[in-house]
Design a binder for this molecule. Structure first.
Ligand SMILES: Cc1cc2nc3c(=O)[nH]c(=O)nc-3n(C[C@H](O)[C@H](O)[C@H](O)COP(=O)(O)OP(=O)(O)OC[C@H]3O[C@@H](n4cnc5c(N)ncnc54)[C@H](O)[C@@H]3O)c2cc1C
Length: 366
């Protein structure tokens, strides 16, 4: 941003009210920016609403995203201080997939000070209903999960408390350009102008950029979320193993995340949900009565190289991009860093591997 913009209050339009856009809006408004959020449907109605929502700093991210992900837990703890309505279930996470126990990965993850390796007996104490206990597991006691829609709403309430306005049911139809500068957005309810437009529209971002001649290499990557009614207390931590990821939901049910294989048939989402139910019934004492509630497929915005795409465009002034996978894990941290960059005008080193310019054909990494 130039000096003139820094002196007057910076105005920003955030397109998209998923967890990423909501966090950016909150942090910007808290830092004194004049923020307008424009969402085509309702907050969290994109992939955020279908998320397993594990705050998973040790997840399978590209190495260049490590500096970002390593700040996730601290940033969510900070957010809980700032926003008392923000609920996080700090249940701890138990991991015993082959990948985690594999020695290559153990070097990467097993040396993390926030992780303990625990034995069968300790696993049984943490998960007393688990029928077959693995020999050992990686236990991250500081990890947790959240209700992604409630969190998105809490972040937006926090943004409103700092003066932001949130326009829902209002699709952005186009971006307003003046030469090589973005000046505003055309929406179903009229046009809005600002100093900077932050596009946090998830899988909707590439189509917004297309008329500007920008081809953003982001694809929609499906993943399955299954909800069950279950007896309370059946699963106590968050478990990730070879067969599934499972945790208790805020409403007392169970959530399971599964890989997407096919649209229908024996490897379609419904069949996978039936297999997950059978696995749960076998795996946990007391799970015989669990009932399948829903099977959902969410489309994750997946950058071609899996690294977040965060930063000012080098092609249009006033255009800032914020598209990423593992957006639940990263939202608190990227919200803080993006607001720092835009309001204080200080580029953040942690975001340097994420710049959109890396996709330009003439880009040479430093
Ligand atoms: C099954 C599953 C499990 C997952 N598990 C995890 C996990 O454990 N941990 C983790 O970190 N991540 C997980 N993810 C990924 C995570 O959910 C996403 O990375 C994150 O929700 C992305 O948030 P977002 O705000 O960028 O996108 P979205 O939630 O999609 O938000 C984008 C918003 O933009 C709006 N929009 C789009 N186009 C327009 C337009 N033209 N005008 C106005 N608004 C527009 C959309 O309506 C939407 O609300 C999981 C995803 C799935 C599907």
């Amino acid at each position: 941003m130039n000096d003139e913009v820094k002196v007057k209050q910076l105005s920003v339009i955030v397109v998209g009210a998923g967890i990423v856009g909501a966090s950016i809006a909150y942090h910007l408004a808290r830092q004194g920016a004049q923020v307008t959020v424009v969402e085509q449907a309702t907050p969290g109605s994109g992939v955020t609403g279908h998320s397993f929502a594990w705050i998973n700093p040790l997840g399978d991210f590209p190495v260049a995203a490590r500096a970002l992900r390593s700040q996730a837990l601290v940033d969510y703890q900070r957010l809980q201080q700032e926003l008392p309505g923000l609920k996080i279930n700090w249940s701890g996470a138990l991991c015993y997939t082959d990948a985690v126990l594999d020695s290559k990965h153990a070097n990467d993850r097993g040396t993390d000070p926030s992780v303990n390796w625990i034995d069968r007996q300790q696993i049984g104490q943490l998960e007393p209903h688990l029928q077959v206990l693995p020999e050992r597991a990686r236990y991250a006691p500081g990890e947790g999960s959240l209700d992604p829609i409630a969190t998105t709403q809490t972040l937006l309430e926090g943004a409103r408390a700092h003066g932001a306005r949130v326009l829902t049911q209002n699709p952005v139809l186009g971006l307003q350009v003046d030469g090589k500068r973005l000046v505003g957005v055309e929406t179903a309810l009229g046009s809005y102008q600002a100093d900077c437009m932050v596009l946090a529209a998830g899988c909707g971002t590439p189509s917004l950029l297309q008329p500007l001649g920008i081809k953003l290499p982001v694809s929609a990557s499906p993943s399955i979320l299954i909800r069950f009614d279950a007896p309370p207390g059946l699963v106590k931590t968050l478990i990730s193993n070879n067969q599934l990821e499972i945790r208790a939901a805020a409403d007392g049910g169970l959530l399971v995340a599964e890989d997407y294989i096919d649209a229908s048939g024996p490897q379609g989402p419904d069949a996978i949900a039936q297999q997950a139910m059978a696995t749960l019934r076998q795996s946990f004492r007391g799970a015989e009565g669990i009932v399948l509630r829903s099977v959902e497929v969410g489309q994750r915005p997946m950058p071609q190289d899996q690294l977040p795409i965060i930063g000012l465009s080098d092609q249009y002034q006033g255009l800032y991009l914020a598209v990423m996978h593992a957006g639940v894990t990263l939202a608190a941290t990227v919200g803080r860093l993006i607001s720092q960059e835009l309001v204080q005008g200080q580029p953040c080193a942690e975001l340097s591997p994420c710049r959109p310019a890396r996709f330009n054909s003439d880009h040479r990494p430093l």
